[in-house]
Design a protein around this ligand. Structure first.
Ligand SMILES: [Zn+2]
Length: 121
């Protein structure tokens, strides 16, 4: 004997069409109870079972993917900004080093010029 209409094994919700003539999905467990009654689980009960084992609803997954994409974009922008500042910093440091080397070379030239003039007298 088959239950008519089929009902959810857990909550008893049937698969009768709603006001929009939409029949909610149900999972057929392909097992018989009560001498031939089919067993079904409604979508809500399947989701509850899935939640117990870490399943996430598709809407939640989509929201998390959107957040992840936003964070990846922010990370990319921050990396670009950091690389630009690093390039500027390297140019500043290179300029500073060139200036230091020039001052050092100038000191050496000045000392050698003094020693040359003092040695001549
Ligand atoms: Zn149910």
């Amino acid at each position: 004997m088959t239950q008519s209409p089929p009902r959810c094994l857990t909550c008893g919700r049937g698969n009768t069409p709603d006001v929009h003539d939409h029949v909610p999905p149900a999972l057929d467990l392909e097992r018989d109870v009560g001498w031939g009654d089919s067993t079904y689980l409604c979508k809500e009960c399947c989701e509850k079972i899935g939640l117990l084992w870490g399943w996430m609803p598709p809407e939640t997954v989509r929201e998390m993917e959107d957040q992840l994409n936003d964070q990846a974009m922010q990370l990319h922008e921050l990396h670009s900004e950091m690389e630009e500042k690093e390039r500027r910093m390297n140019k500043i440091l290179a300029g500073r080093e060139a200036l230091r080397q020039e001052r050092e070379a100038r000191k050496i030239r000045t000392r050698s010029a003094r020693s040359t003039t003092s040695g001549a007298s």
